[in-house]
Unconditional design. Sequence first.
Length: 202
Amino acid sequence: MKKFLILLFIFVVTFPAMSFSQNILEENLIYRGNLAFHQESDELVTGIVVSKHESGETREKGKYVEGLKELEWKEFHENGKLLSTTNYNKGFKDGTFEVFFEDGKLKALGSYKNDKEQGNWQELDAEGKFLYIGNYENGYLHGRWQMFHMNGRLFSMGNFMEGVKEGMWEYFDDEGKLNKIQVFENDILIKCEGKCPEKDDE
C-alpha cells in the first residue's frame, strides 16, 4: 500500500509537467525581429519548438524562452541524421557550432560569441581532410589561416588582421613545394616572389 501511494504521488506530481511539455510546431509561430510569438495568442514563445521537412521528419529542434532561442539547437538531414548544432544565449549565437555530413562525419567546427564568429574554425571534406583552419576575432578573420588542396596538402598559409591580409603569405603546389610568397600591408599586395600574377591581374 505504501509503495502504491508513493507511485501515485509521483504520477500526480509529474503528470502536469508531462502534459504541458508537448512540442510547439514552428509553422504556428510569427516573428518580430529576433522574437517569436504564438500566432493565435500573440504571446511570446516558451518551450521546445520543432520544424519539419516535407517528409514529416524533424528539420530543426530547440528551446525558446520568452521568445528568444536558448541553449543548443539541432538541425537534421532528411534521413534523420544530425546536420548541425548551434548554441544560443538570449537569441544570439553563443558557443560551439558544428556541422555534419549525412553519414555523421564532422564537416565543420567553430564557435560564436554574441552572434559573431570567434576563435578557431575548421572545415573538412567528406574524407576527413582539412579544407581550411583559421581564426576569427569578433566576426573578423584574424590570426593564422591555412587552406588546403583537395589532396590534403597545404595550399596557403598567412595571417589576417581584422579581416584583411597582413604580412607574409606562402603558397604551395599540390606536391607540397613552395611556389609563391606574397607580402601584404592592409590587404594590399606590396611584394611577390615566385609564380606571381601579371601586373594587370593583381
